[in-house]
Design a protein around this ligand. Structure first.
Ligand code: APR
Length: 178
């Protein structure tokens, strides 16, 4: 009998560009209109090609805290999962619950599609202004809780753009491991 890998061996923090990552699904930080944009969404649509935006138009939109899947287009991924994180409005507008939900819904979608590996960017901490220290703890805590109950997800990569974001996630992972 083989022992299942430890939870912390199924999550990896990387510094870099998510469009260069190979996984069953790459998550993008989308807006509710699924209209594409700048930041990681611009990079994903740019690298994946117009097929992704065409599918987004057919889907029409996605509420905050939820996620939808499209083709991965030209990316090394079967699917792009478009997760809509909250815009930071000071913390009193359910932002924490909506951010956790965006991660959880993406993971649920991966499982329902039959995938086992996924790469996330740091949702909501760019244009949407979510404070990085809080967002990193919510992201990793949500992912770790999910991994504890769902063995079908075997690899989660958090792909962090820039040193500041990478270090914040390193601190968050350490604090959650203690
Ligand atoms: N790979 C990984 N992470 C990236 C990349 C990339 N290629 N490019 C940017 N990022 C990082 C940003 O540095 C930030 O840490 O992704 C994180 C999320 O930032 P945004 O992309 O601005 O996402 P968000 O804050 O959730 O705002 C979403 O921005 O572009 C629009 O369509 C998008 O309207 C939506 C809004």
């Amino acid at each position: 009998m083989t022992t299942p890998p430890r939870i912390h061996d199924r999550i990896e923090l990387l510094q870099g560009d998510i469009t260069q990552i190979k996984a069953d699904a790459l998550v993008t930080a989308a807006n509710a209109g699924l209209r594409g944009g700048g930041g990681v969404d611009g990079a994903i649509h740019g690298a994946g090609g117009p097929e992704i935006l065409e599918e987004c138009r057919r889907i029409g939109g996605c509420p905050t805290g939820k996620a939808v899947a499209t083709t991965g287009g030209k990316l090394a991924a079967r699917w792009v999962i478009h997760a809509v994180g909250p815009i930071w409005r000071g913390g009193g507008q359910e932002e924490a619950a909506l951010l956790a939900s965006a991660y959880r819904e993406s993971l649920n979608l991966l499982v329902s599609l039959g995938g086992s590996s996924i790469a996330f960017p740091s949702i909501s901490t760019g244009v949407y202004g979510y404070p990085l220290e809080e967002a990193s703890v919510i992201a990793l805590d949500t992912i770790l809780r999910f991994l504890r109950r769902e063995p079908r997800v075997t690899h989660v990569k958090m792909v962090l753009f820039g040193e500041r974001t990478f270090h914040a996630y390193q601190r968050a992972l350490k604090s959650l491991s203690e």
